[in-house]
Design a protein around this ligand. Structure first.
Ligand SMILES: Cc1ncc(COP(=O)(O)O)c(C=O)c1O
Length: 491
């Protein structure tokens, strides 16, 4: 990581975009709104003239065309420098695009990868696109809180021993709850088995930019790292970065080809510029901004801990299996002692105070802070949360948390891609038992797929998903979110 390099305070792509966008060139190219002059007045007044003037197409001389390195190329080089990567790509379809590209590069037909079972759905989708085969590794599971954590190096080692042909291991760190895995040990184990380590660090684009945060996975031996820059670091929604390590086990040329395959030929200049400026902000001011945010988080957590029936979880869990570190920008509040579910608390906060949290589960609500978190709303939250809990708490109600899905047996009958692309039919759930699923369905929480394309639908899986649905969990990926029907393969 080289944050103090002389060019880090510059934003070559943003500057080139501004220079073109505001100089009044005659635009006989797309987009058709012509820098705002031809747009619907409603859009113009909603997003403003300046944003529309900067919404330009690809292939503009002096922006992304011209003598190399172009401003666009320099922006990606600066991002690679800031994160300590061998190569970085700006993504305009989120970390989702990065997972698709990584699968296309590392899990080609005939190749095998190992995937943490609670990986983001885009990994499964990437495998459908790429045609490689996969086996799955269960994350550690906290039955008390109904929370999936990371994988342990030991579990990874055993899984790699079972599948010695594995080309790459795809793991997630940190989790949605901010728990990070032991990346250094996972990298050692993967490399010893001849496999590359891919870390989905979608929630950790700020890691490594403050000593109190977990280190960046690139510095702990990961070969490819995905970061959803928009989630915490402040670029615009849908923008992300994919990094490949210098001298690692992932070939940058092959990833570059795959990134181009899943990229639009009209990437949004606004998203790209936001990545360039988010990189500058975190590289130049990240530590100071995080210092303030970390202090605000600590104060808020201490106050929330005082609210009867509530406790903040995270720091105290470090050292448990699958948890090597923790992100204080995630405030996970265990509300079980209030007698209410997290869903109820979140609903009451919304109704009374117009407060929207990132996630509610049976046991918890989860707040996500940004790197430069405005402090005042967090202070208000502490007050409003305490008031809400005081008003709605009731004693003596225990909430059943669905049992760990790790207990479920998964029988893969045909490859993911064949199941997803094969001829399917939609049938009532009870009639699907014994058939092969075309769908991927994960209850959220815990976010671990109970069913993947190509797996046999069992009575046990159906019972588990019904249990989750009835308990209020969302069923991600299910074509029928009410889980009355499911799509299965016509055999
Ligand atoms: C672990 C993980 N990976 C990838 C993604 C996809 O990121 P994006 O929404 O930027 O496409 C998400 C989104 O929530 C995620 O949680």
């Amino acid at each position: 990581m080289n944050r103090s390099a002389p060019e880090q305070p510059t934003t070559p792509y943003l500057d080139a975009l501004v220079a073109y966008g505001f100089r009044g060139s005659s635009r006989f190219h797309v987009p058709g709104h012509k820098g705002g002059g031809g747009s619907d007045p409603g859009l113009l007044s909603a997003v403003g003239e300046r944003a529309l003037a900067l919404d330009i197409s690809q292939d503009i001389d002096g922006v992304d065309v011209g003598p190399p390195p172009t401003p666009y190329e320099r922006a990606e080089l600066l991002a690679a420098e800031a994160y300590g990567a061998g190569q970085t790509w700006f993504l305009t379809n989120g970390a989702t695009q990065g997972n698709h590209a990584l699968c296309l590069s590392l899990a080609r037909p005939g190749e095998h990868v190992l995937v943490q079972r609670n990986s983001h759905a885009s990994v499964v989708d990437g495998l459908v696109l790429s045609g490689g085969s996969a086996s799955f590794i269960a994350p550690e599971y906290d039955a008390e809180l109904g929370m999936a954590h990371g994988v342990t190096p030991e579990a990874l080692e055993q899984a790699l021993e079972r599948d010695p042909r594995t080309r790459a291991a795809f793991i997630v760190s940190p989790t949605y709850y901010g728990m990070s895995a032991d990346i250094a040990a996972c990298a050692e184990v993967a490399h010893a088995a001849g496999a590359a380590l891919v870390v989905d660090n979608a929630w950790g684009a700020h890691f490594g930019f403050h000593p109190a945060l977990p280190e960046s996975p690139l510095h702990l031996g990961a070969d490819a790292v995905l970061a959803s820059t928009h989630k915490i670091v402040g670029s615009l929604t849908q923008s992300a970065m994919l990094h490949v390590a210098r001298d690692g086990k992932v070939d940058a040329d092959s990833v570059g080809r795959a990134v181009r395959l899943v990229r639009s030929t009209s990437p949004s200049s606004l998203l790209l510029a936001s990545l360039d400026s988010a990189r500058r902000q975190i590289a130049v001011h990240g530590e100071a901004l995080l210092e303030r945010t970390l202090a605000a988080s600590a104060a808020a957590r201490a106050a929330i801990d005082e609210v009867p029936g509530c406790s903040v979880v995270g720091e105290g869990m470090v050292g448990r299996p699958g948890i090597a570190g923790w992100d204080p920008l995630r405030i996970v509040i265990d509300v079980r002692g209030t007698g209410c579910t997290g869903y109820e608390v979140a609903g009451a906060l919304r109704a009374s105070y117009d407060i929207y949290v990132e996630l509610a589960t049976h046991a918890t609500i989860v707040l996500v802070l940004g790197i430069a978190q405005p402090v005042e709303p967090l202070q208000h939250f502490v007050h409003d949360f305490a008031e809400t809990v005081r008003r709605i708490s009731r004693e003596g109600r225990e909430h059943e948390i669905a049992r760990p899905q790790a207990a479920l047996e998964h029988e893969t009958v045909i490859p993911l891609r064949a199941a997803f692309l094969g001829e399917g039919e939609t049938v009532p759930v009870d009639e699907a038992i014994g058939r092969i699923s075309c769908e991927s369905i994960a209850g959220y929480p815990p976010g671990v797929p109970a069913l993947l394309p190509g797996e046999r639908v069992t009575g046990e899986v159906v019972g588990y998903l019904r249990e989750l649905r009835d308990a209020g969990a969302r069923l991600h990926g299910a074509a029928d979110p009410h889980f009355e029907t499911v799509r299965v393969l016509v055999e």
